[in-house]
Design a binder for this molecule. Structure first.
Ligand code: ACO
Length: 428
């Protein structure tokens, strides 16, 4: 294949380099498009064809259903690694050895206290506030309590900001849930593993000791790993673009949390459960909802189905479906909505509408069923996604800063009014 692409506009020919990634993906490098053509740009709403960066963190092949972090398959990582190892791998590029992992965890634990004044901010939110809005606000507010996290002029500064947020974020996650449920706000326990600590902070009853349930620890570990990164998705691109203005890490993450909130992205896990509940309440008639999903005059979409990049099975969905069976079985939970979900999946996979459009279950189709079995309230599902995605966002932000990427600033094609003279109020 030629290593050049030729573009012809109004009889003029322009050449652009063709570059390849390590997995042989091909891209036309149009960095000089405007300067060489006298201002021509490309239009690509939703960035369906646009690579915003070169990245060495996550590889995914949506046609083949492959997902790898730093070269390691998601299947192996979900099976053999724990969340903190995966966080280290994503952020620093290699699996940690024992000493590196211990140091990483110790450094994170040294930042596991959130300033007590943050509780006052939390207190000002109504109990009805959605936890994602609260989490985004508190993550942003952390900057005020840790101003040194903004100016990162060295890798050491970056490291300090990274371990700080990895230490404090689970506290915020737990507090958003406890506030909603009227429970006292607790700090963690440095003797526990990262995931065990999260569970204790979320679920500890003030009147009794918290007993760890290894089934819950395993399930959460796996779910967090599966959500830990997914290359340039909506929230990650948001983190990178916010950070590209050299705004601090914490506010860049806060903007990512807001982007994740939407039901077309991370908010889908909550939307899936609400949809399955609604189908159950409506008598379990999955066919009715399949018809609604296919009706172009009906805004209803089958939540948890379809993906911008996967046009084959989302490999995470396969692992999560299996885990849902195991976790519910191990916990002795029988949940009728698991059967409704499986029924919907079966019907969709046999239906030409879904087959033709290559719509398969995505990561969120079964995750909510596991979260619910674990006792996590539905409005917290997207918060749990954010907890899992945290190392991915951090890794992408760090990569963007280390590569000294320019500020993100897309162009547009203006389609509004041309110049018109101002009319005073009496003439309008
Ligand atoms: N139910 C019914 N039809 C769907 C669905 C769905 N869930 N998803 C896509 N389609 C249809 C569209 O109507 C469109 O049909 P058309 O070609 O006849 O117009 C076609 O499939 C292509 O859909 P697009 O919206 O163009 O695909 P896009 O890549 O822009 O969107 C998205 C992907 C947003 C994930 C979409 O599939 C969707 O809304 N899914 C439901 C929400 C969801 O589960 N989101 C979570 C994604 S995973 C994540 O972010 C963690």
């Amino acid at each position: 294949m030629s290593d050049k692409a030729t573009l012809e506009v109004n009889g003029e020919k322009y050449e652009f380099p063709v570059i390849r990634g390590t997995e042989n993906e091909v891209a036309i490098d149009i960095k000089t498009l405007r300067s060489s053509t006298g201002g021509i740009i490309t239009i690509d709403p939703g960035y369906k064809n646009t690579g915003s960066c070169e990245s060495a963190i996550t590889f995914l092949d949506g046609e083949k259903g492959i997902l790898r972090y730093r070269g390691y398959s998601i299947e192996e990582l979900a099976e053999k690694a724990d969340f903190l190892e995966v966080a280290f791998l994503l952020i620093f590029g290699e699996l940690p050895n024992k000493e590196q992992l211990e140091k990483f965890h110790t450094d994170i634990k040294s930042h596991s206290v959130v300033d007590d004044d943050v509780k006052k901010i939390l207190d000002a939110f109504p109990k009805s506030a959605h936890p994602m809005g609260v989490l985004s606000s508190l993550t942003s507010a952390l900057t005020a309590f840790n101003p040194s996290s903004v100016d990162v002029n060295s890798e050491e500064d970056m490291y300090n900001s990274i371990v700080r947020i990895l230490g404090k974020f689970p506290v915020l996650v737990a507090w958003t849930m406890r506030k909603k449920h009227g429970l006292p706000l607790e700090y963690g326990d440095d003797n526990l593993g990262y995931v065990e600590n999260v569970l204790k902070m979320m679920f500890k009853n003030p009147n009794r000791e918290y007993e760890q349930n290894p089934i819950l620890v395993d399930a959460l570990d796996k779910l967090l790993i599966l959500h830990a990164d997914h290359e340039q998705n909506c929230s990650t691109s948001t983190v990178r673009i916010t950070g590209s203005s050299h705004a601090g890490l914490f506010v860049s993450l806060a903007s990512g949390i807001s982007a994740l909130w939407g039901p077309l992205h991370g908010g889908a896990n909550q939307a899936v459960l609400e949809m399955l509940e609604a189908i159950k309440e409506d008598g379990g008639d999955t066919k009715k909802y399949m018809s609604k999903a296919k009706d172009k005059d009906d805004p209803f979409r089958l939540m948890g189905f379809g993906h911008r990049v996967y046009k084959n099975f989302d490999p995470r969905a396969k692992i999560i479906k299996k885990a849902a069976d195991e976790v519910l079985g191990n916990l002795g939970v029988e949940d009728p909505i698991l059967d409704i979900a499986k029924g919907l999946e079966k019907e969709a996979l046999e239906d030409p509408y879904f087959v033709d459009r290559k719509l398969y279950p995505n990561v969120d189709f079964y995750s909510g069923i596991i979260y619910r079995a674990m006792g996590i309230p539905v409005e917290m599902f997207t918060v749990m996604f954010a907890l899992g995605r945290l190392p991915g966002w951090i890794a992408q932000w760090r990569e963007m800063r280390l590569r000294k990427e320019p500020i993100g600033r897309p162009r547009q094609l203006y389609i509004g009014e041309t110049y018109r003279a101002f009319k005073t109020l009496d003439k309008r």
